[in-house]
Design a binder for this molecule. Structure first.
Ligand code: B12
Length: 204
């Protein structure tokens, strides 16, 4: 008699079992983009110290539903690999997720490096997850992360509404045009009295 059905997720046209190997890009492999349909590419990645994977799977599925082609680099991604992938793919968006508590430190290191490299300097980059070990107190890191160059910071518990609006508002990047989207989002944000990019606490 066979056991219970293995859980599975849909990746493009394929249905793959949910095992550790179902997470693209782990163990140093780089995933091919999963076609999403809107012609825009997003790199989803963790940071060098972070071994958690289901946060990345969640983000991959979420962004695929928005129509993005998702390149999921997986957990424990060395800074240099992320920078190389950004250079090679010139994505429309980079989404960094970290939940092990080191995200605020590693995120600062990575964004400073990314913003210092001319061809990568204008790629929209979002970071989210459990960015420290202080729970609600992690909100203290948001401003510094934004000031260092992130376009949006989404601390755990903030929900996905603002992130979704942000991801949907981005035009396909043509050369250095992506900053235009930031200006549009910034105008909307200030009209509502919301600091651009900062998302913390529970959203309705
Ligand atoms: C499973 C798990 C593990 C597994 C991971 C296995 C795997 N393949 O992923 C293992 C055992 C390996 C592990 C290890 C560790 N873990 Co762990 N782990 C968990 C656990 C129980 C569940 C995480 C999970 O899969 N959640 C499901 C996913 C879908 O949800 P999520 O990760 O919370 O992400 C959601 C949101 O944060 C948000 N989100 C995340 N990123 C982003 C980004 C954006 C842009 C947006 C919009 C939203 C968003 O969306 C997701 C869906 O809602 C959590 C506790 C918990 N209940 O959350 C601890 C937890 C994350 N782990 C923790 C810790 C400390 C560790 C270790 C350091 C423990 C140790 N001493 O060794 C190591 C770290 C290893 C490393 N190098 O990173 C802490 C982190 C503390 C903190 N940040 O405050 C937690 C919170 C446990 C705790 N309460 O202390 N862990």
């Amino acid at each position: 008699m066979s056991g219970p059905a293995e859980p599975a997720v849909r990746v493009g046209d394929a249905v793959v079992p949910v095992t550790a190997d179902a997470v693209p890009g782990r163990n140093g492999r780089t995933a091919d983009a999963v076609p999403g349909g809107n012609g825009r590419t997003v790199i989803v990645t963790s940071l060098a110290s972070d071994a958690h994977t289901w946060n990345l799977v969640f983000l991959q599925l979420f962004l695929e539903e928005l129509g993005y082609d998702v390149v999921n680099l997986g957990p424990c991604v060395p800074d240099e690999l992320l920078l190389e992938e950004c250079g090679a793919r010139r994505p429309d968006l980079v989404v960094i997720s970290s939940v092990n508590g080191h995200g605020h430190q590693e995120g600062l290191r990575v964004i400073r490096e990314l913003r210092s490299r001319e061809p990568l300097a204008d790629i929209p980059v979002v970071i989210g997850g459990k960015l420290g070990v202080a729970g609600a107190g992690n909100a203290r890191y948001v401003e510094e992360l934004l000031a260092a160059g992130f376009d949006m910071v989404v601390e755990d518990g903030a929900g996905t509404r603002a992130f979704r609006s942000f991801a949907e508002s981005l035009p396909r990047r043509v050369g250095a045009s992506a900053r235009g989207a930031q200006e549009v989002l910034g105008a909307q944000g200030s009209a509502q009295g919301t600091p651009q990019g900062a998302v913390q606490g529970a959203l309705p």
